[in-house]
Design a protein around this ligand. Structure first.
Ligand SMILES: Nc1nc2c(c(=O)[nH]1)N[C@H]1C(S)=C(S)[C@@H](COP(=O)(O)OP(=O)(O)OC[C@H]3O[C@@H](n4cnc5c(=O)[nH]c(N)nc54)[C@H](O)[C@@H]3O)O[C@H]1N2
Ligand SMILES: Nc1nc2c(c(=O)[nH]1)N[C@H]1C(S)=C(S)[C@@H](COP(=O)(O)OP(=O)(O)OC[C@H]3O[C@@H](n4cnc5c(=O)[nH]c(N)nc54)[C@H](O)[C@@H]3O)O[C@H]1N2
Ligand code: SF4
Ligand SMILES: [Mo]
Length: 674
């Protein structure tokens, strides 16, 4: 008999949905939304539903594999674990524990996925990744301005007069915010979307501004200039709760509105209109990840924060510079799970430049890499260098559910469980503050075992088994820590399926910021302490006609590589039909200039690499000279767009510059009938 269980979406996503999973005869039959979840209310996206296909897929990895003479060969777990532990021990003795690199991303939002760090810390400390390809520039920017990156509770949107969605592809990536936008609009709120692409969110907007990619900081500066000219700024906030405003004023005095308008490619009139909208409080700004993936990305987000601040929208109901919801992750006791104090040695590489740094590493060189919850061959920029780096080490161990492009390169591939095959609790530090319970519902196929089991078995063989001698229940309780005293217990989670974490629904209401001065910092002391320019500037992207004229001449188009509609990064391409292929979306002016039509087969290239695919002319409009190729495509379906992107880090050292990328394009073959 089929039974329905409450569970949760594990995917790296804003929404962290509640699920209802139907199970029959030890098999997941289907996945629906849990109507009782207060935020996600029974609605889930196709990526969530397709977790059924991922779980039941005939392509699941079932056994440990070892590459022998270039061929993967099935081996017993005992052999895999013993050999890997012996290699780790030998590397540690000969070169030190930091000759091991842990490469990961955040593909699974389970609390216990943090235990990989415990394993590597107890081993003695390995080379770890810092920063984030995903949102690193913006997080650091808000750390400098506010002292942390906090969002308002989702329901606070219903207090807004105006809503600005800036560089977030809400209809595609954050579906429950999209629903909230529709409802808020019905209640009278005005919606403004700022995005180079006229996307599905822009369609429901009262006003859509296309901006030249990477130039949002100039737009924000123009709006601020107009706010000051019109004397609309919140003087009380500026005087009592901020530092560095004079530096910002000097910056804005030094540039004309006309110059800012020309650089951002947004009219002066629209800048004036936006100035008025921002100051017609409360105005909430939902900042996406788009415009921080440029070399100037940190500074751009700081200019947006400054705009939200001077317009008086910080710490008020219906306001906010909503980017991340770090209060969520901070609620858990991750330190007790990860034991950072066990580290004896330490070295870090940036997540963006991991490949270059692997190749350049000395004392010690990288001898062994573990990949968990990540697929660097498709997701990390500059694929050709990534491939070289991950092929260069003596031993590459990949733990995954599928034979990904990264796993193909491995010496050992270890098969792991999907979410419904292990118990965990799930959350996302992006949008809402509910934590969801996910029970074990079915057994894993073949010999697939959880990441946690793998760490536990390796720990035993490496002599620190006692650090892993806990039950799942112990681990979850350990991670819940002090939350248990506030009523967030495992028992209650099992009963209710989801519980709201005790976080502040309107951050910074008390105007006490976590910066060194305790105020909002237009000029950042933290930045200065780290050796950066603490003042706001008007910085350009790296690959632009102003910053690099010769590159811009050779590569006249701006390449965006946004998140795919039907896949979470690389995770769903192999379970969607029809079989995916590389779609190259181009602006109308490019199509006209090169006389291209839909379906033509073209090549896109720059100095880092090339990719081929099929033209699709942006129907709805996009900023001139813009191309988009969705990220995440496997080699077998045409290859990842990261063959073209750069691994440079952003201005504040912790983010990526994925969209700061110029390319050229030419016809390979006309589509039949064209
Ligand atoms: N369907 C789907 N949903 C997802 C994911 C997925 O893979 N698929 N991934 C999840 C994850 S991990 C993340 S981090 C989030 C990301 O969520 P988003 O921030 O919504 O995702 P992006 O795809 O980066 O889209 C950013 C938007 O910024 C725009 N943009 C690009 N450059 C600029 C610019 O210079 N200025 C402005 N104003 N806009 C710009 C793009 O056109 C795009 O509309 O999505 C999550 N949700
Ligand atoms: N060009 C370009 N590149 C991008 C982006 C972009 O916008 N453009 N976006 C970036 C962003 S925002 C992000 S967050 C990253 C995402 O980068 P990744 O997290 O590397 O991407 P995923 O495709 O989600 O791959 C994760 C892998 O983890 C595996 N996995 C899933 N669950 C588990 C588990 O429980 N255990 C283990 N061991 N493995 C598991 C999956 O099968 C999959 O192969 O990509 C970044 N790369
Ligand atoms: S991927 Fe995001 S929107 Fe889709 S079901 Fe999972 S959490 Fe919900
Ligand atoms: Mo991300």
């Amino acid at each position: 008999m089929a039974k329905v269980y409450a569970s949760a979406c594990p995917l790296n996503c804003w929404d962290s949905c509640g699920f209802k999973v139907t199970v029959e005869d030890g098999k997941v039959l289907k996945i629906d939304g849990d109507e009782s979840h207060p935020i996600t209310k029974g609605k889930i996206c196709g990526r969530g539903r397709m977790l059924e296909k991922r779980t039941n897929s005939g392509e699941r990895l079932l056994y440990p594999l070892k590459k022998i003479d270039g061929q993967f060969t099935r081996i017993p777990w005992e052999q895999a674990l013993t050999e890997i532990a012996e290699k780790m021990q030998a590397v540690k003795e000969k070169h030190g524990s930091t000759a091991v690199l842990h490469s990961h991303d955040y593909a699974n939002g389970g609390l216990l996925k943090n235990l990989d760090q415990r394993f590597f810390n107890c081993f003695g400390g390995v080379t770890e990744l810092i920063g984030s390809i995903c949102w690193g520039s913006g997080i650091e920017a808000q750390n400098w301005d506010f002292g942390d990156a906090y969002s308002h509770a989702p329901e606070d949107i219903f207090h807004c007069k105006n809503i600005i969605v800036w560089g977030r592809n809400v209809a595609r990536t954050n579906m429950h915010l999209f629903q909230a936008l529709q409802k808020a609009k019905k209640q009278g709120a005005k919606l403004i979307v700022i995005d180079p692409i006229f996307n599905a969110t822009a369609k429901i907007a009262d006003l859509h501004l296309t901006v030249k990619p990477g130039m949002d900081g100039f737009l924000a500066a123009g709006i601020m200039k107009e706010i000051l000219r019109l004397k609309l700024e919140d003087q009380a906030f500026i005087q009592d709760h901020s530092v560095g405003f004079e530096d910002l004023k000097d910056l804005l005095i030094g540039v004309t509105l006309e110059e800012l308008s020309q650089l951002a490619e947004v009219s002066e009139e629209l800048m004036t209109e936006l100035a008025k909208i921002f100051c017609d409080r409360p105005t909430a700004t939902f900042i996406g990840l788009g415009m921080q993936r440029y070399e100037n990305g940190g500074n751009t987000i700081r200019l947006l924060d400054a705009l939200v601040a001077i317009s008086g929208n910080i710490g008020i109901a219906g306001g906010g510079a909503n980017y991340a919801h770090k209060q969520v992750g901070q609620s858990f006791n991750t330190a007790s799970l990860t034991l950072p104090e066990k580290k004896e040695q330490h070295r870090s590489f940036t997540m963006m430049e991991q490949a270059e740094q692997i190749l350049a590493a000395k004392s010690p060189e990288i001898k062994m890499i573990f990949v968990t919850c990540g697929n660097p061959l498709t997701q990390v920029p500059d694929t050709n260098v990534v491939k070289k780096a991950f092929s260069s080490v003596d031993t590459l161990v990949v733990i995954d559910q599928f034979m990904t492009d990264t796993a193909e390169l491995a010496d050992y591939v270890l098969p792991t469980t999907t979410a419904f095959e292990e118990e965990d609790i799930y959350y996302s530090s992006m949008y809402h503050a509910y934590v969801n319970y996910g029970p074990k519902l079915v057994n894993a196929p073949g010999e697939a075992c959880s990441d946690l089991w793998i760490w536990t078995e390796l720990a035993k063989r490496l002599g620190f088994g006692e650090d892993f001698n806990y039950t799942r229940e112990d681990w979850i309780k350990m991670g819940l820590g002090a939350l248990q005293e506030k009523g967030i217990t495992l028992k209650k989670l099992k009963e209710h399926a989801h519980l709201e974490l005790p976080v502040d629904p309107i951050p910074w209401k008390d105007r006490r910021f976590k910066t060194p001065s305790g105020k909002f910092e237009f000029t950042s002391q933290k930045a200065a302490q780290k050796g950066f320019e603490g003042k706001l500037t008007l910085a350009l992207p790296r690959e632009s006609k102003w910053s690099n004229a010769s590159v811009a001449e050779k590569y006249p188009y701006q390449l965006l590589t946004i998140h795919p509609l039907r896949s979470n990064h690389s995770q769903h391409y192999h379970v969607i039909s029809p079989e995916p292929k590389v779609k190259i979306e181009i602006s109308k002016n490019i199509a006209a200039d090169l006389q291209l039509r839909n379906g033509d087969y073209v090549r896109v290239w720059n100095e880092r690499g090339e990719i081929k695919g099929y033209v699709s002319i942006f129907e709805q409009g996009v900023h001139a000279n813009v191309i988009n190729i969705d990220e995440g495509i496997w080699a077998k379906y045409g290859g990842t767009v990261n063959q073209l992107t750069s691994s440079r880090v952003s201005d504040n050292g912790l983010g990526s510059t994925l969209y700061d990328c110029l390319v050229n394009l030419s016809l390979v073959e006309r589509a039949s009938g064209n």
